[in-house]
Design a protein around this ligand. Sequence first.
Ligand code: HEM
Length: 146
Amino acid sequence: MTSESTAPSLFFRAGGQPFFDQLVGVFYEGISTDDLLAPLYPDFPDFEPAKHRLSLFLAQYWGGPTTYMEERGHPRLRMRHFPFHVGPLERDRWLLHMATAVERVCAGRADGAELADELMGYFVPAAEHLRNDTGLPITSAGYGKS
Ligand code: HEM
């Protein structure tokens, strides 16, 4: 038994689903103006379905309800990204939009810096992990270890 098992989830601490909806809303404002990434989205120029999926996925990942799983099944994120080229450029653009969104939604909160660190501490290695341009099954061997 560790303190981790009873610590409130980031989902709860951040403010629940509205926090993730806001984060994802700002993120897609950036994506929709990105000439490299925007056309990759299957429903482009409609980002509402993608917003819905990402927001539910993130809520579930951070300890919220498992609605994503109920709607989409197991995340299998690497598999779901195979249809799109994810190289260093795509990774960096994606992270830039996400970092902007994280900064915006965490601004002015007492716990903003801590929250931003936790969120980016997941997004940075996860985006690298989703690269599929190297021919290797998994790019980052140390994923999740630091
Ligand atoms: C931390 C990194 C990332 C996370 C957590 C993430 C998460 C997700 C999730 C949850 C979905 C929806 C999966 C589904 O249920 O079908 C998705 C779709 C998608 N992602 Fe990512 N992604 C990441 C990085 C990237 C990067 C670097 C790219 C750049 C090419 C990208 C491009 C896309 C596209 C084009 C879709 C299809 C839109 C959709 O079906 O929702 N993602 N991503």
